[in-house]
Write a new protein. Structure first.
Ligand SMILES: C[S@@+](CC[C@H](N)C(=O)[O-])C[C@H]1O[C@@H](n2cnc3c(N)ncnc32)[C@H](O)[C@@H]1O
Length: 432
């Protein structure tokens, strides 16, 4: 890369840090360079230098660059335990209190989290006049997607019969995608907001529930402190905050107190007294149990979670299960995912081995094992395993993304660019 392009890249990194709170290394050098080249050519700028001069002054162009970089990866009912815990909180709150249950999903991306929350409320028999769910994100493109509410099959990653029934109740199948039914939109709103900016939701009253997941991992320390300040302000005194499993440590360190129940990534304000009645039932946790592993918390990649089932070629409507790979025993695979989600990486790895020893050729087991080995810092082995996933399923989007990150990590820009291109081809919406 030329000296001028390097200077331009440094300026992009500075602007990302300053304006969006994002630690540019979380994107990787190759992705930044790719985004810069792309924006220079699409904006018609004469040179990278000329482009970044404009970038500093032109909020619209900065937003365009940001849109190309942010990671909108999300899916319905991601980390299901949080949604089950949310449902018991909501039932308890609405049966014991009057008024509106206020729920915030910050960094809501393309809306799957927001609609999942609304579905949990409706499935619990709570009518939309008893709740409001606000989704906020920095990405206008993602919010527009959320507003359209038309999702591909891969946004639904739990292929169990009960989850398919939930999907069918709240979505209509239209032109190869799943359209949110109008009645689910009641009580839901989306807004653009930058969690790392001092003005974030400045005049908005507190929420009883806040979901803030898989965004802090992209922030630098100062941005995290600003964000945490907002979350303390925006969470009501008796409210519950849900983090991603891999981010629980950030919230513990930031003065939130774990609820201590089944869900190790549900928090409240530390100032609340232990005797205060809690809406969420809590069971005693054995010491040290269910704590996300520090190694997992340190992963720059998204938290370990259920990988996307491939779409069925034979089905005429969007599918959520793979006909091409031998299905592993669902319960054992689910247990392995849960162990991984909760930071018990050795247990998750050994369950994957048990499944593979039974002769399964499921790409999903190999993918989970690849994520676990990555979280354990076994980079070379993780790479070999993820390549095997691609051998089994050449269009496995998440494996392509993880391989891209591993290649970036080892400084192999060429391989990273290659994986990025392939990821964009199979899932242009998510890879952009
Ligand atoms: C990986 S997605 C997480 C989506 C969802 N919360 C989940 O866990 O599935 C990260 C989201 O954070 C958003 N984001 C990044 N920086 C942000 C900021 N400064 N303020 C608000 N949202 C931000 C991105 O636009 C993206 O939609």
């Amino acid at each position: 890369m030329s000296g001028s392009a390097n200077d331009a890249l440094s300026e992009v990194r500075r602007l990302l840090r300053e304006r969006a709170g994002i630690e540019p290394d979380s994107f990787g050098q190759a992705s930044l360079a790719h985004a810069l080249r792309d924006r220079v050519s699409r904006s018609g700028a004469e040179s990278p230098d000329a482009y970044v001069r404009r970038l500093g002054l032109d909020a619209v162009e900065f937003q365009a660059m940001l849109e190309d970089l942010v990671v909108p990866e999300t899916w319905f009912f991601r980390d299901g335990l949080a949604f089950r815990q949310f449902s018991s909180f909501a039932k308890s709150w609405t049966s014991s209190q009057s008024g509106t249950l206020r729920v915030l999903s910050v960094a809501c991306s393309t809306g799957e989290e927001v609609y999942s929350l609304a579905i949990m409320l409706r499935e619990a028999g709570i009518s939309p006049d008893r709740y409001s769910v606000l989704g906020a994100d920095i990405s206008q493109r993602s919010l527009e997607f959320a507003g359209r509410g038309a999702y591909p099959g891969r946004s639904f990653r739990d292929s169990s019969e009960s989850q398919q029934a939930v999907r069918d109740r709240w979505f209509r199948c239209e032109a190869e995608s799943w359209q949110v039914r109008d009645e689910l939109r009641e009580g839901i709103a989306f807004t653009r907001g930058n969690l790392a900016s001092p003005e974030f939701l400045a005049a908005v009253p507190p929420f009883h529930v806040v979901f803030c997941r898989n965004v802090m991992i992209y922030f630098h320390d100062r941005a995290r402190r600003i964000a945490v300040g907002h979350l303390h302000r925006l969470l009501s005194s008796d409210g519950t905050l849900f983090s991603a499993p891999a981010e629980a440590r950030i919230f513990q360190d930031a003065g939130f107190q774990g609820l201590g129940g089944e869900c190790p990534f549900a928090f409240r304000h530390r100032s609340a007294t232990a005797e205060e009645p809690r809406a969420v039932e809590s069971a005693k946790r054995p010491p040290g149990a269910l704590r996300p592993s520090p190694k997992l918390a340190a992963l720059p990649a998204p938290a370990i979670a259920s990988p996307a089932p491939r779409e069925s070629k034979s089905a005429s409507r969007p599918a959520t299960a793979s006909p091409e790979t031998a299905d592993p025993p669902a319960s054992l695979l689910e247990t392995a995912r849960r162990e991984a989600d909760n930071g018990r990486l050795d247990e998750a790895n050994s369950l994957c081995d048990q499944l593979l020893a039974k002769g399964s050729t499921s790409a999903e087991i190999w993918f989970l094992k690849g994520l676990v080995r990555q979280a354990q810092g076994q980079w070379n082995e993780a790479q070999r395993i993820l390549e095997k996933v691609l051998y089994l399923e050449p269009k496995h989007y998440e494996a392509l993304v993880q391989l891209m990150r591993l290649a970036e990590r080892s400084g192999d820009d060429r391989a990273a660019a290659n994986y990025r291109r392939r990821a964009q081809q199979v899932a242009p919406r998510e890879a952009k």
